[in-house]
Design a binder for this molecule. Structure first.
Ligand SMILES: *Cc1c(COP(=O)(O)O)cnc(C)c1O
Length: 395
């Protein structure tokens, strides 16, 4: 970071005056927490005893035999609640507790971050309200039921398109009014500084483990490290400890939906239009007048019209490469992993897999790919069945 809170020209704090003090308070508390070994001791305790870390770095031998390079899967799908999101939620709620907050709020689209936050809130006895677009509440009934079972309130948002972008605006607005006793748990590496940095530090555990694991197994670093990119939290966590290893190629995979050319996709970086959304400057999906466009993907978790600012910077600086995978390519890869390795991945994670299969022919047998399997597919069974029946799945 050059200027405070900036990654090159991206990032920053594009929020109302009333939130500036709140962000300053948060930044101070975060900086103190991450410098305190006691804080990390507690974080590590919950990662191990509650989340079930460390997660395996699994050598996918049948995929390797078929595709060529050695393929290792970082099994974030084995975490409690089924994905990487819990790593970040536990970190943020521990910070909230440390700051003396008694309530948490969160935004959610597909409901995965909402469920993770409701889980953490139950664990730490915090009152929790999750903001969710009315449209999404209808589409994601099962996750709404989960959050309610866990004791959280799900607040319907009916502004704008009644989806994630609007739920996020509502959460930010609420936070500005209630920051005294309320902590806002953001679900991806997005938002105003210090959120992108904070989410990265809490997801860094993915690459911290994976780097050690691959050195143990192969005695050297991988050639390629890759992950899917929605807002960019599992990918920045997967990249973090490899950023300084210039020989390790980093690849982020965005959702190409029905194809970039159709306009129905979620690849915020494909067209490269910077703008301001949710308190940050980054690449966004927007029309010629700067209006935010709806993202479209078969995968609800990649359906965000922006991307975290550090990814925008990594793209422009050339340190990481970003590509797109279509719905069809992702679903083919999902079925391939089911059949070849007995693992049903989240549709999000299948996007990264699809790109691994694509580049495999250009690599040698001795090359090593480490891929973040961000989550499990249980939550996607309904969508997968609809897709296999030929019904419409890209919204
Ligand atoms: C939410 C989610 C994603 C996308 O979010 P990032 O912040 O980009 O990681 C990817 N995979 C799974 C399983 C998810 O639940």
């Amino acid at each position: 970071m050059s200027k405070k809170g900036y990654y090159g020209e991206f990032g920053g704090q594009y929020v109302s005056e009333s939130l500036m003090n709140t962000l300053a308070e948060l930044e101070k508390a975060f900086d103190e927490a991450i410098a305190d070994p006691k804080f990390w001791e507690e974080y590590d305790y919950y990662m191990k005893e509650y989340v079930g870390r460390e997660t395996p770095l699994y050598f996918a031998s049948r995929l390797t035999e078929k595709y060529g390079p050695k393929i290792y899967l970082k099994r974030e799908d084995l975490n409690h609640t089924g994905a990487h999101k819990i790593n970040n939620v536990i970190g943020q709620i521990l910070l909230a507790k440390r700051m003396g907050k008694t309530k948490v709020i969160a935004e959610t689209g597909a409901g995965q971050h909402g469920v993770a936050t409701a889980t953490g809130a139950a664990l730490f006895n915090m009152e929790c309200t999750v903001y969710m677009g009315a449209e999404d509440i209808e589409r994601q009934a099962l996750n709404v039921a989960r959050m309610q079972m866990l004791g959280s309130k799900v607040q319907a948002v009916t502004t704008g398109s009644s989806t994630l972008k609007d739920a996020t605006n509502e959460a930010i607005r609420t936070w500005a009014e209630r920051a005294e006793d309320t902590f806002y748990v953001i679900g991806s590496a997005v938002g105003p500084h210090p959120y992108p940095k904070m989410v990265k530090e809490f997801q860094r555990v993915i690459s911290k483990e994976a780097r050690r694991q691959i050195l143990e197994k192969e005695g050297r670093l991988p050639d390629v490290v890759m992950a899917c990119v929605g807002g960019g939290s599992n990918s920045i966590g997967m990249f973090a400890d490899f950023l300084e290893d210039q020989d390790v190629k980093l690849i982020g995979v965005e959702a190409g939906g029905l194809g970039i050319e159709t306009g129905k996709h979620a690849s915020a970086m494909a067209l490269g239009e910077p703008g301001v959304l949710h308190g940050m400057k980054s690449y966004l999906l927007q029309d010629k007048n700067g209006n935010i466009e709806l993202a479209a993907s078969i995968s609800a978790g990649l359906d965000y019209p922006g991307v975290g600012p550090e990814h925008a910077y990594l793209r422009d600086s050339g340190r990481a490469e970003y590509v797109s995978i279509t719905d069809t390519e992702a679903m083919d890869a999902l079925m391939e992993l089911c059949r070849m390795e007995g693992i049903i991945p989240a549709i999000e994670s299948a996007h990264a897999l699809a790109h691994a299969f694509k580049i495999a022919p250009t690599m040698s047998k001795d090359d090593i790919i480490v891929l973040c399997l961000s989550g499990r597919g249980d939550k996607d069974m309904h969508t997968i069945q609809k897709y296999l029946n030929g019904e419409e799945t890209n919204k």
